[in-house]
Design a protein around this ligand. Structure first.
Ligand code: GLU
Length: 487
């Protein structure tokens, strides 16, 4: 296998959303291939037709595209092993299953579902339940009789009854199961569809997959897959199983922990690049390199299977926040303006404002884009004032000083014709100096008067500019009245 070109596949089931665990599988599959100049293939696993959700395949395409995980072969772009959707490959599975039946390695089972369960062998010592194999040795005549009655059947594989099946996973090491613990697995269901287990093996073989990369929940089923490869005489691929992803409380990552799908994270305003960078670290670390910020191209150069850990990875929203902040900070101002538009336009309906200035005050303070509307809601309407806003120990501001400052500033700002950052700044500095007040106290009176808040993104001058002269003076006057009545 060593001189074959590396081929990996992402094989999602179209169930409606892209869970972080699935996206991590896709990313590692992509990286295993691309770090070795190999090919990355997309295959849709829709054998369980009951679970198929409309539009889910488009979500898969869209997510991979947003994350830059470009596949070399796939349902929408074709390739030498098309079709890449399992429901369109039914004849392939049937053909292979029939071959095993002919070779005596699989058999028709006419037991009804209920009967299979009823006949199951229950071994309390092993806590193991399995089909009792009553159709395993039917004679040709018995089979013909069942068929001529028009009975439906499944095709089961004859598993070895003794011995052990072992394989070495590149992350988890040697895995072994006793063959007697393996049920005669169903390959083809009574509706003619293959089981996931069977389709997966047939496709991985036909699509020449060299490295099967997937979640560790498949680790214990892998010996069964290997028995299929052996029954066919096919080469067994390399296996790279990935560690579980847990929430910070140590339980499996689920909705309970917050947004867990790529789509929901994007809706919250996490950038795809930040998500990809973060999830690269959910189970992998670059040996000897303490850097954390990696573009996809850098990951392709750095990634190696040795860096994958078998210990569960912990998904931390705080860490994802940190990654997102790093990505937001390095955007160009124009890119940031463009990106926040959907979040700012709602707040500034009908209001003239300077998007570049707004972006300047937000870019260094935003963790995720969906925080923005709350951060800037006061531009549309100031929060209600309360007296504590004017009781500031550090700047020695008190309501009386507030009344004096606002009275002076309203008069002077009304006469300021040049409403620009520079002239407002010059004026406020001169005012602080002339009145013997600290600049912090002057700004301390302006900030809550303009916003109703003690903390705002940006300083008083930026707020004055964004609000414009008329709205600023209106708010300062309202604040002065408030103080005069309350103080
Ligand atoms: N369709 C399976 C899933 O979505 C893929 C498992 C595999 O990669 O083999 O979990």
């Amino acid at each position: 296998m060593s001189n074959r070109i590396v081929r990996t596949r992402f094989a999602p089931s179209p169930t409606g959303h892209m869970h972080i665990g699935n996206l991590r599988s896709a990313l590692y599959e992509y990286l295993v291939a691309k770090s070795q100049k190999g090919k990355f293939i997309l295959r849709i696993e829709d054998t369980d037709q009951e679970r198929v959700v409309e539009g889910a395949v488009e979500i898969i395409y869209r997510t991979l595209k947003s994350c830059g995980l470009t596949y070399d072969e796939g349902p929408d772009i074709g390739g030498p092993h098309a079709p890449y959707i399992q429901s369109e490959r039914r004849q392939h599975y049937l053909h292979h299953a029939e071959r095993l039946v002919e070779e005596g390695k699989a058999y028709y089972c006419f037991c009804s579902k209920d009967k299979s369960v009823l006949n199951s062998v229950d071994d309390p010592a092993d806590n193991f339940h399995s089909y009792d194999r009553s159709c395993r040795n039917l004679s040709a005549a018995e089979i013909a009789a069942h068929l001529s009655n028009g009975e439906s059947y499944v095709i089961r594989q004859k598993m070895p009854l003794t011995g052990t099946t072992k394989f070495v996973d590149e992350v988890f090491g040697e895995i072994a199961v006793e063959n007697k613990e393996l049920e005669d697995q169903v390959l083809i269901k009574s509706d003619g569809f293959p089981t996931y287990n069977f389709a997966n093996v047939v496709d991985d073989h036909e699509m020449e997959i060299t490295h099967v990369v997937r979640g560790s929940e498949y680790l214990s089923s892998t010996p069964k897959y290997n028995l299929l490869y052996e029954a066919f005489g096919w080469e067994i691929p390399n296996y790279i199983h990935l560690p579980l992803i847990l929430g910070e409380d140590g339980s499996k990552l689920s909705k309970r922990h917050g947004a867990t799908s790529f789509g929901d994270l994007v809706k919250l305003g996490y950038l795809p690049e930040a998500i990809v960078n973060y999830i690269a670290f959910l189970g992998w670390a670059p040996g000897g390199d303490t850097r954390e910020i990696f573009s996809l191209a850098e990951l392709e150069n750095t990634f190696s299977v040795e860096g994958i850990s078998k210990s569960p990875a912990i998904f931390s929203y705080a860490k994802l926040d940190w990654f997102n902040e790093q990505y937001l900070r390095v955007l160009s101002p124009d890119e940031f303006v463009e990106m926040i538009k959907p979040y700012t336009d709602d707040v500034f309906i009908d209001k003239v404002y300077d998007p570049a200035l707004l972006a300047r005050i937000l870019q260094t303070r935003t963790t995720k884009l969906s925080d923005i509307p709350d951060m800037i809601a006061f531009f549309r309407q100031a929060d209600p004032l309360h007296i504590e806003l004017y009781m500031q120990k550090r700047s020695k501001l008190n309501p009386e000083a507030g009344v004096e400052i606002l009275t002076d500033l309203i008069a002077a700002l009304t006469n300021l014709s040049d409403w620009t950052e520079n002239s407002i700044k010059d004026y406020l500095n001169a005012y602080a100096e002339d009145s013997g007040r600290k600049a912090g106290q002057v700004m301390g009176a302006l900030r809550p008067s303009l916003s109703g808040r003690s903390v705002t993104p940006g300083g008083a001058i930026e707020m004055l500019i964004i609000l414009g002269k008329e709205e600023s003076l209106k708010r300062l006057t309202a604040a002065l009245h408030f103080l005069q009545q309350t103080a």
